[in-house]
Ligand binder design. Structure first.
Ligand code: 5GP
Length: 170
């Protein structure tokens, strides 16, 4: 299997800096809680967090809906957040939005915990695949309908450590 580059490391880093700047402006020095979705968003989230000069709290959540390259259509809940987010500005950090199922579920789940604000920041957006009405507030890159790996994204748990976003050619 060959992995072709879709977005190189330099372009990703440049875009993350731009997103961080936008987030800083929008939250004007208020505290935020970054809720990082495991495992895929970890690489993106740490880079983004390091570029943010806001008072920042980090937490993690893990749900899954994928196996191989196919969505199973069902969400399973694997790890919950540990912070109390009531009255806080919450920003969900995601690797990729595809059908929108995972984030629709997460937004509803976290929304019940009464955050002051609840937004989504995703590195990648496969907009044309959307089945659930969901508009992330911050999007790194809109990408075509290809199965991508790297920069945290896996294919059966492999390729997460690639420093770029690529797609697999069989
Ligand atoms: P959704 O619930 O929006 O359909 O899918 C979101 C999740 O599906 C992502 O968090 C990710 O785990 C997985 N996913 C969707 N598209 C891709 C892709 O192209 N590559 C990889 N590696 N995972 C994907």
């Amino acid at each position: 299997m060959t992995v072709n580059t879709l977005i190189d490391e330099k372009a990703i880093q440049k875009r993350i800096k731009e997103l961080a700047l936008k987030i800083e402006q929008d939250y004007s020095n208020e505290e935020i809680v970054l809720i990082i979705t495991l495992k895929g968003a970890v690489f993106f989230a740490t880079e983004l967090a390091k570029s943010l000069s806001l008072p920042t709290i980090i937490d993690f959540i893990k749900v899954s809906s994928y196996s191989g390259t196919q969505s199973t259509g069902e969400i399973s809940f694997n790890l919950d957040i540990s912070e109390n987010i009531s009255g806080k500005n919450v920003l969900i950090i995601e690797d990729i939005v595809d059908t929108g199922r995972t984030l629709t579920y997460l937004k509803e789940y976290l929304g019940k915990k009464n955050p002051k604000s609840l937004k989504i920041c995703t590195l990648l957006d496969k907009k044309e695949r959307r089945e659930f009405e969901l508009l992330p507030e911050y999007v790194g890159f809109e990408i075509p309908d290809k199965f991508v790996v790297g920069y945290g994204l896996d294919y059966d748990e492999k390729y997460r450590n690639l420093p770029f976003i690529g797609y697999i050619e069989q």
